[in-house]
Design a protein around this ligand. Structure first.
Ligand code: G16
Length: 541
């Protein structure tokens, strides 16, 4: 097979010209921005994925077109490495350079990547591509596919799928189907079969009721949940709202990000009985949070921290009953509620680490344990089991019923990445086994009141952080000012960091009362506006 790099330039010039001169940054989860500026980025990511596949000796590389929790006009791209992880960090730089060179430099630049990485361009290359249900996603998917074709790679299109499904397909293909077949049906089959075996016909137990409201964020997660429902024979009774039919826009006034950040139910929430279990996923269904309203119409959030603690408690207990010794660890980010961290350390007595925002950081850290549980407070997370842990559990399952249950739990979990639907099925399984409703689940500990703000600044890159984003080192003096403010509040904690998916600086605050946390977030937000080049209207309290 002969490759002519001139073709890459020809495609770029004629079909995917670069129409923005601004520096495009690789963010928390790949490139993200207004869809109209992304055609050239997508084409070049098709090129990159093809090169990466060749570099990894023909392993399948995944490309997911989605802007996940962002508003509908945005889109983005997430690259999936052979083991289901996000693109290796050393290649983030290669990706950034590739999307930022001019069309005229492209041919020579691709040649240089090939040379620097000693890529055999005549070898085989396989790229899987999927997309969310944004109206511009099909156009951008075609651009990725053309990038693959320009370098004579093999491309397989999966159409509209969730991000975690794409991760599943990539791992399934690269494990020669040991993880499952790389098809939508195999994904449903694996999860549903494990879920139903774990229910064992007992759909209700103790306080646990077989009924759930599911907010699909008008995204692909709604469509796929409807597919699950068709196949589940009422083993879980789910009502799907925000299905993405009609006028509903992706993530607008609904979905996991809205529910978590605004701490309120989706606007379109129907009237339900107090304490009804409700669940919200985000635009590409890789995050999930639970919520309910009590009999005094108070809203309660059960976020990623709650899921992590529920799962950790359950798994510890189950592993103990398997009579095997496994090292369990939990990974969080700075957004984790202080009360959840206290609970993990003091009650569960599980080691906990804090890493920067982004699944790539959490996943990586979790791999250090036999059983690594990672969740961001926003509901993004999963559990990974080491190969040796899996062997020990399989061995124990020959004689121990609990170990058999644990094997089914492993099948239910999408270990490749945070998966809203798989995580939800896991939570449902645990609540069912414990006979718990949302009140029982909430009772483990009380969250510290917390608040998040988004602050617009001229250039969010002026903010630099360290210590897993908990300390701001630039602009100079900002952290000292934050410290002074925080010192005035009981159990006060606050940090600021530039978002890697939106053009804003995020402010997080927590304290012992709602009034305190509002005031603390406001004061820190004002500091950011004042010292980090705030734009737009002054923050009001
Ligand atoms: C992505 C990442 C998450 C991260 C979130 C927000 O989520 O995968 O790990 O927490 O962005 O990141 P930031 O605060 O940097 O904007 P998603 O669901 O949008 O892909």
């Amino acid at each position: 097979m002969s490759i002519n790099l001139r073709t890459v330039y020809a495609f770029a010039r004629e079909m995917y010209p670069k129409n923005s001169k601004e520096l495009i940054q690789y963010g928390t989860a790949g490139f993200r921005g207004k869809a109209e500026y992304l055609d050239s980025v997508m084409f070049r990511m098709g090129v990159l994925a093809t090169l990466r596949s060749r570099y990894r000796e023909g392993a399948v590389i995944g490309v997911m077109i989605t802007a996940s929790h962002n508003p509908e006009p945005d889109n983005g791209v997430k690259l999936i490495d052979p083991k289901g992880e996000m693109l290796e960090s050393s290649w983030e730089k290669i990706a950034t350079d590739l999307v930022n060179v001019s069309d005229q430099e492209l041919e020579q630049h691709v040649g240089q990547i090939i040379k620097d990485n000693q890529i055999d361009v005549t070898s085989s290359s396989y790229v899987y591509v999927g997309m969310d249900n944004r109206y511009h996603s099909p156009r951008l998917l075609k651009a990725v596919a053309d990038g693959v074709i320009a370098l004579k790679g093999n491309v397989r299109e999966f159409g509209i799928v969730t991000t975690p499904m794409m991760h599943f397909f990539v791992v399934a293909a690269n494990t020669k189907e040991a993880y499952g077949k790389p098809t939508e049906e195999s994904y449903y089959e694996k999860l549903i079969s494990a879920f139903q075996k774990l229910r064992n016909g007992r759909v209700e137990n103790g306080n646990y009721r077989n009924s759930l409201i599911y907010d699909g964020a008008n995204g692909v997660g709604a469509r796929k949940m409807l597919q699950f429902i068709k196949r589940m024979n009422n083993s879980l009774c789910v009502t799907v709202i925000n299905q993405g039919i009609g006028y509903g826009k992706i993530n607008e006034d609904c979905g996991a990000d809205h529910v978590k950040v605004k701490q309120r139910a989706p606007v379109s929430m129907p009237a339900v009985e107090p304490f009804t279990r409700c669940v919200s996923v985000d635009g590409d269904a890789d995050r999930v949070v639970y919520f309910y309203t009590d009999d005094e119409e108070q809203f309660h959030l059960l976020d990623g921290d709650r899921i992590a603690t529920l799962v950790a408690g359950y798994l510890m207990d189950l592993i103990k009953r398997c009579e095997i010794d496994l090292r369990i660890g939990l990974v969080q980010t700075a957004y984790a509620n202080g009360a959840s961290t206290d609970y993990i350390v003091n009650e569960l007595k599980v080691p906990v680490s804090c890493v920067p925002t982004g699944v790539k950081h959490l996943h990586h850290k979790a791999l250090e344990y036999d059983v690594g549980i990672y969740f961001e407070a926003n509901g993004h997370g999963t559990i990974v089991f080491s190969d040796s842990a899996k062997s020990l559990i399989a061995e124990a399952a020959k004689t121990n019923e609990n170990a058999k249950t644990l094997l089914l739990i492993i099948d239910l979990i999408n270990e490749t990445v945070g998966d809203a639907i798989s995580d939800m099925l896991l939570v449902e399984t645990i609540l069912n086994h414990k006979g718990w409703d949302v009140k029982d689940w909430s009772a483990a500990y009380s969250d510290l009141p917390n608040q998040q703000l988004k602050i617009s600044v001229q250039d969010r890159n002026v903010i630099k952080t360290t210590d897993a984003e908990r300390v701001c080192v630039e602009p100079q003096g900002l952290q000292e000012e934050i410290n002074k403010v925080v010192a005035n509040y009981k159990r006060g904690r606050s940090f600021v960091r530039p978002s890697g998916t939106e053009d804003v600086v995020r402010v997080y605050a927590e304290a012992t009362t709602k009034e305190d946390v509002q005031q603390l977030a406001y004061e820190v937000g004002r500091l950011v506006q004042r010292l980090a080049g705030g734009v737009g209207p002054e923050l009001v309290n």
